[in-house]
Write a protein that binds this ligand. Sequence first.
Ligand code: PLI
Length: 459
Amino acid sequence: MNSCYPAEPYKIKVVEPIAMTTRAERERCIAEAGYNTFLLRSDQCYIDLLTDSGTTAMSDNQWAGMMLGDEAYAGSRNFLHLQEVVRQYYGFKHVVPTHQGRGAENLLSRICIKPGDYIPGNMYFTTTRAHQELNGGTFVDVIVDEAHDSQSVSPFKGNIDLEKLQKLVEEVGAERIPYVCLAVTVNLAGGQPVSMANMRAVKALCSRFGIKVMYDATRCVENAYFVKTREGGYADKTIAAILKEMMGYADGCTMSGKKDCLVNIGGFLCMNDDDLYQQATELVVLYEGMPSYGGLAGRDMEAMARGIVESVDYYYIHHRVQQCQYLADKLIAAGVPIVQPTGGHAVFIDARAFLSHVPQDQFPAQTLAAQLYVESGVRSMERGIVSAGRDKKTGNHHYPKLELVRLTIPRRVYTYSHLDVVADACIDLYRRRERIAGMEMLYEPKVLRFFTARFRPLR
Ligand code: PLI
């Protein structure tokens, strides 16, 4: 291992044995799961890179906090701690806890979106767009073009294209745009960050038109790390200072605490506007719980408050992002096509280039994820045509330019040795790629189909 990859800034106190399976067992398991890695059982997986969501190893300090859970129905002291920490690190005036990120998306979309509205964003995320559409809105992608090109090495491929945004405002009118949804970082583009300059410019443009800017802050600490390491003028600033500046260009945010707040469950909605807060407190009691717990136990709010503090530690985030880089570098050295530059939470294999003989409507990324599991017991996730779903007007598949397999690294869970196994399996498969055929879809759910769709290999 090259010494530029930092060793773990933690030591192991508890271990969880993982399943060792044979190839024959894995062939049976994936067939039973309809060739959909979401439908595998976790005890059928050796290294589980399905997601970094809720899969974090919490620290001893967070577990200690769990024992201090105040499970009062209203006014829990853990809520007050969470509120204090969110104000300190994110800088927003109000926080409404939710059971996870999509709970916050539901509240925000229901309050702000009217039928016929448009919600510009830097590439879609599945649950975010689903909530926007459920409330009658139309998502419009205003991300920079480089984001759709897996080989562009531009450092901030998550940026919003200001011209695209301004054009949309002029076309539909500012009154039809309740807010701009800016994700920091952009999951489906490969974990690509947004520059501070772009955040500042988006805020300035939106202010001119009286449009709110709401962040999807799910991986905001990873974004802050990239600002520090890639953007001029930030190298000497702390992650906490960068995070606070980023949030200063937003009117609020939705947050999936299951990622950058280092917890297994939790989320929140933040805002500065008192009226929006009032409306959120009225709605949260219907969908989540009292505004002082929002679907969470007191202990979970305590773990999240402590996780937020830990997440801005430089040694933690440096190691996290460099683990992804380590895996990426091994794949690049062997010629395996991946999205560049490497993002903050995952390595994304370009399945379109990897299986160039498989047409997109034979689901190359879904196929590759299934094959990788059979090969090695490594569970990954499709992020391509299956995840993109269908156009709600025409009923046709959306055909995203990016057809990816995501190898998502859970936080503080796996070692570099595990990543060696993952890299070796991908490389072996790449050498035998011509022998892999595509698949057909046998069962297709109407909403968020990737979770439960079933497939069959084409012979
Ligand atoms: O899974 P939730 O409901 O806590 O959060 C939804 C969500 C919102 N925004 C973004 C950018 C996400 O990545 C996200 C959830 N992501 C999942 C589950 C993932 O595997 O990437």
